[in-house]
Design a protein around this ligand. Sequence first.
Ligand code: HEM
Length: 484
Amino acid sequence: MDLSFSYCFFLFLHLLSVLLIVFMAIEFLKILVSRSTEMVNPPPGSLGPPFIGETPAFISANSNSKGLYEFVKTRHLKYGSCFKTSIFGSTHVFISSTEAAKLMLSGESLDFSKRYIRSIAELLGDQSLLCASKETHKLVRHRISNLFTSDSFSSSINFFDELTLKTMAQWEQRKSALVLDDAMKITFNAICKMLISLSEENELQILQKDVLQVNEAMLAIPLNLPGTRFYKGLKARKRIMNTLKRIIELRRKGLEFHDDFLQSLLRRDDDDNDYEPLADKQILDNILTLIIAGQDTTANAIAWMVKYLDENQEVQDTLRLNLSSENHGHSLGVEALNRMSYASKVVKESLRMMTIVSWFPRVAMKECQIDGFQIKKGWILNVDARAIHYDPKVYEDPTKFNPSRFEEDAKPYSFLAFGVGGRSCLGMNLAKAMMLVFLYRLMTKFRWRVTDKDSSLEKWGIFPRLRTGCPVHVTPINTECESL
Ligand code: HEM
């Protein structure tokens, strides 16, 4: 009995390995055939060895203090504004002209579809706005964009301001702070309040830790093996989903009610007959997506803005002068923010200089020509927003931090910090407002300086994150007056 079981098991393993070898041989041949197919004018660049491509260089850039974008930058310098590479088994083309950005992002063309790498789709869920099919995206985007109304927006800003004031009151005692850490916490708490009304400190901390693990797994090799970054990310996703499911259950049973995004998503909107209500899976995946898309991006953007201002004292002086006429004690509303025109330009220039989302991936749905290069169906085209922001043909003296450049309207498709078109950032106005509130409070409460000027980046961040966390020394402005 034992012997026949062992024999069957051996046979099974044998068959499995033969099948695996056949499968790999077919895939290998497919790659060879596709690579050798004549192309009229393919983009320059290297695809590396079959299967592996340039994945090792991509991963190693992510564990380097110059950050993931260095992988793109070195190839951009070597091959020019359009080049190809191969990452995680797919051919990627990076392209950095405003014409290509227009063609791919404007939504006029059906030839491109958004696509993220597999690890991101598994961590955020297939119903996430970032990964869903075109039909699901249309439905989810419609439902969620309806929630970013001026009412919900202004209460979120008030809450963000409250948290900023509380945090900065602690700075007054300590005379120092890590901008990034505090910005992460404030944006996280404000977004969680807006989405699911979570405000209990302990629950927020647990959720924030799990969100961080999901974030860190986004660019990892999608190998679900115990101990790997990806495995930990998937486990963290599961815990987050369970927490959200519990919250939804309480709401569905009528045991809890809050005036937030989740409540609106659970409500059937009878006036909106054109669109189905969202299924629970769609709600779950997209609550996680909004937290991930909103927190890390905004907090990092705040830290970079503080760094650029520290390095450009003359801009800081102009800003201080511009803000001196604004006086907002404990309430800073949307109208007041709209009046801060120079501060808005500081926000915009910071977002240009540090393009938090460096490139936007789209799949070519059919063979096409872009900037004169032949592109095959199935290739992933990435609009390289960072390269456009640093193109001297688009921005004069691009390495200079100069908010006044935005006194003139930016050229079409030249300012891409929040993307453009049907897939542009849903939280754009919220993010800009949070940055403005933070800036206003920092500038009007303190004289300050960054105490560690190092610009190196944290490893494994999906967005460029300062390794130092942007430490500042602060002197409260009141104390300064008292000591005069
Ligand atoms: C400074 C902060 C932020 C930056 C730089 C940023 C940047 C971006 C960019 C560039 C895209 C488009 C990517 C593409 O076209 O492939 C995007 C999409 C998105 N962002 Fe933001 N974002 C920020 C903050 C936020 C906030 C606060 C939220 C919401 C709480 C948010 C939610 C989203 C969502 C849901 C999408 C996907 C939209 C879609 O595919 O339809 N973002 N963001």
